[in-house]
Design a protein around this ligand. Sequence first.
Ligand code: PLP
Length: 416
Amino acid sequence: MTKADSLALYGQVMVPNYAPVSVIPVRGQGARLWDQAGTEYIDFAGGVAVNALGHCHPLLVDALIEQGHRLWHASNVFANEPAIRLAHALTQATFADRVFFANSGAEANEAAFKLARRYGLNTGDDDKYEIVAALNSFHGRSLFTVCVAGQSKYSDGFGPLVSGIRHVPFNDIAALEAVVSSRTCAVVLEPIQGESGVTPAHRAYLERARELCDRHGALLIFDEVQTGMGRLGTLFAYEYFGVVPDVMTLAKAIGCGFPLAAMLTTDAVAQHLGVGSHGSTFGGNPLACAVGEAALRLINQPDVLRGVEERHARLTSALREIGQRHGVFEAVRGIGLLLGCVLAGPWKGRARDVMNRCLEHGVMVLQAGTDVVRLAPSLVIDPAEMDEGLQRMEAALKSLASEQPHPIETTIGESV
Ligand code: PLP
C-alpha cells in the first residue's frame, strides 16, 4: 500500500481520536526505522519512551518467539511461569514485595488508585478517600486516570467525573502541605512530568511528599510509567531521587514495545486488594511477561545504566549548542534520556512544526505540549547514530530558522 492510500484508508476506518504524522514506519532495527518507501529515520522518539532497547532487539525477539511456541494465554484462572519469574525479578530489583500485572500505564494506575481507595477505607475513617495529585500531570486515559491528572483537556466532556481528587501545583511544597490531611488516602506524583513538558520534580518536594504521607497515613504513589526501567540512569526514578514510594506503576519500557504494565507495592499494602477485588484478563499474560523478563535482565546492567548518563551528557551538550546556534531552544532540561528542549521566543507553540521538520530530515522526535520538543531515545543507542541524528536535527532546525527573519538570541539553560 502506498502512503497516500494508507493515510486515506486510515482517515476512513479509524476513530478520529489521533492525528498521526504522515510517515508510516514498517520496519525497525536498533535506533533506526524505515517507512513504506524505504526512507530511513534515526529514532529519538523511542515510541514515546517505550523502546528502551531500540527496535527488534534480538534477545527480546528470541524471548517472544520461544514463549510463542510454548503458551500465549491461559488467563488469571491459572498462574503462569513467566509472570511468576518476572514478578520475582521485579521484587528483587526494587523496594516492592508484590506485583499486579496489567497491559497499559492507565490500567496500572487504575489499579494503584483503586488500591489507594481500599487502603483508605480499611485504615481510616469513612472520609479517607482523597487522592492528591499534581496539576498538569498525566496518568493515562481511563476515566479515573484523566480525573486524577488534573488537565481538563483530557477530562472535558466525559462527566460526571470521579470525585474526591485534590489538585495542587507541581513542585509547590506549601500547596501540598495545605491539602494533605487525614482524609488523604494517597498522593500520586510523576517523578518527571513527561507529557506536559519534561519537568523534573525537586528532590525536596518528593521528600516532603514522603513525610506528609507518613504523617497522615497516606500512600505515596510514584507513576514511573515514563521514568522507569533505566531511563534516568537508575533502574527507577525513585532511586535517583532517593525517595521510596509505597506504590509504583510501570508500563512503556517494561515490555520494550510489547504491551505490559505493572503496579508494585509492599506486602502490607498489597493485602488491601484481596481475592476478587480487582483483575484483568490479559494482565500478566505469559507472552508479555517473557518479554518483560528479558527486558529487565538486559536493562538492569551497570554498563547500560552508566551508558544512559554518558549519552545524556553527549546529547544535552550537543542540543544546547544546536539550540544556541539557531536560536530555537531557550533551555534543555530533563534527566538521563528523557529530555525536553524548551522552545524559545517565536518558536513557542511550534513543537509540532519542529517534529515534522525533523521527520523531513530523517530524525524522529516527540513533542511534550506545544512548547517542548521531547527526546526519549533507546538507552543503548550507538553514540555514532546519536551524532548522526543530531546532525539531522540541526539541519531541520537550521531550515526552520532560515524561515524566521530574526532568530532570537538565547542563552541555553542547564538541565535539571
Ligand atoms: N503515566 C504516565 C506518566 C505516562 O507518561 C503515560 C503515557 O504516556 C501513562 C501513564 C499512560 O500509559 P498508557 O498510555 O500505557 O495507558
